[in-house]
Design a protein around this ligand. Structure first.
Ligand SMILES: C[S@@+](CC[C@H](N)C(=O)[O-])C[C@H]1O[C@@H](n2cnc3c(N)ncnc32)[C@H](O)[C@@H]1O
Length: 337
């Protein structure tokens, strides 16, 4: 069976490339040796043209799964269109599903649980989500099925992230953003990560690039998990991560400057001036902005740059919907002088 042999450190990137051009054979399992991984491919000729050497190796078929079904398709006969809008916005974090059940459909909780278990048979916990509260942005959850825990290990972008959802913030939907930033960063950079949480951004950046990251987080529980996460991933990380527990507004002014500053800013906090002050080349600043105020947000950044005597270029990227007409956005700020 055709496959290509790649170094473990390269495997994630090559797999994405193969998937993108439609030549990755997802029906078979990759195989590991000490330092390499054999990735199954579909079109040896096309893969050869990309410069990879084809090897012939036996790779087992994946078991047939029913994961192709979506929760929506499983529930569509029992739920109205309106109800499905709530139900389909769920997250899976490790072996925990987090679902949104407004009071109007509480009486259908049993069907939602059954539907989730059909689509994701590996789940061990299903929890219903409340709101983010307090400075640490922790959500309230009630467990509606399974084991009585909110601790799990989530896998994304080739790293393992241990979380305890009863004590820390974690958002699996930012997976794409973390990968994007890891691709933008260059080997050798000094990076400051504000509001670091359990270190998802830091781990993904350090997984892909040989960077030196200083991460600052106030929540002691998140810092403890962050330290565990560095240990959990130590064999996979190219870069280094140092985590400091404390308030960014007290700690960061005492630190030196950095090539790149990343601020996954908690809602209602303004750390723009702090982030810009500490950055020499790039800032990635997350904020919640109404669609009519995107230009005003950009102008605010440019004014802040000017005050600091910095010339900046700003690009605003919508990252996710927050509520109707309000987006979570990332301002990619390039510092020119
Ligand atoms: C929106 S969450 C982002 C966490 C993490 N970056 C992630 O994406 O999972 C914001 C984080 O900032 C932390 N935080 C809030 N205020 C802080 C402060 N003044 N200094 C340091 N961390 C703070 C919270 O505890 C929380 O972990």
């Amino acid at each position: 069976m055709p496959a290509i042999k790649v170094k473990k450190s390269e495997a994630e990137r090559v797999k994405r490339l193969l998937k993108k051009i439609g030549v990755y054979d997802g029906k078979r399992r990759p195989k590991r040796s000490n330092e390499h991984i054999f990735l199954p491919v579909l079109n040896p000729q096309k893969v050869r043209e990309l410069g990879f050497e084809i090897v012939d190796i036996e790779l087992p078929m994946r078991p047939q799964r029913q994961i192709y079904q979506s929760l929506e398709s499983v529930l569509k006969n029992k739920f109205t269109e309106e109800e499905l809008k709530f139900v389909r916005r769920y997250d899976v974090i490790g072996d925990i599903a987090i679902t949104q059940i407004p009071p109007e459909i509480e009486h259908k909780q049993k069907e939602i649980v059954e539907g989730l278990l059909t689509v994701h048979p590996f789940l061990k916990v299903i929890a219903r989500k409340g709101f983010h509260t307090g400075a640490f942005r922790i959500r309230e959850y009630s467990i509606i099925w399974g084991e009585n825990r909110l601790t799990t290990i989530h896998k994304e972008n080739g790293v393992k992230i241990k979380v305890d959802l009863s004590k820390v913030f974690f958002n699996p939907r930012m997976k794409g953003e973390r990968y994007r930033l890891a691709q933008l960063a260059n080997d050798g950079e000094k990076i400051l990560l504000l509001f670091a949480g359990v270190l998802p951004y830091a781990l993904v950046l350090a997984r892909y690039k040989n960077v030196s990251i200083t991460a600052v987080e106030l929540n002691k529980e998140a810092v403890a998990l962050g330290i565990e996460n560095i240990e959990l991933n130590k064999h996979r990380l190219k870069g280094k991560i140092e985590i400091i527990q404390g308030d960014v507004f007290a700690i960061v002014p005492k630190l030196g400057n950095f090539d790149r500053v990343i601020s996954p800013t908690p809602k209602g906090v303004d750390a723009l001036n702090l982030a810009l002050k500490k950055a020499e080349k790039w800032v990635h600043y997350y904020e919640f902005v109404h669609e009519n105020e995107l230009e005003e947000f950009k102008q605010r950044i440019l004014r802040e740059c000017k005050k600091l005597g910095k010339e900046c270029e700003v690009k605003i990227k919508k990252v996710s919907d927050f509520k109707p007409h309000v987006y979570k956005v990332c301002a990619d700020i390039k510092i020119l002088n």
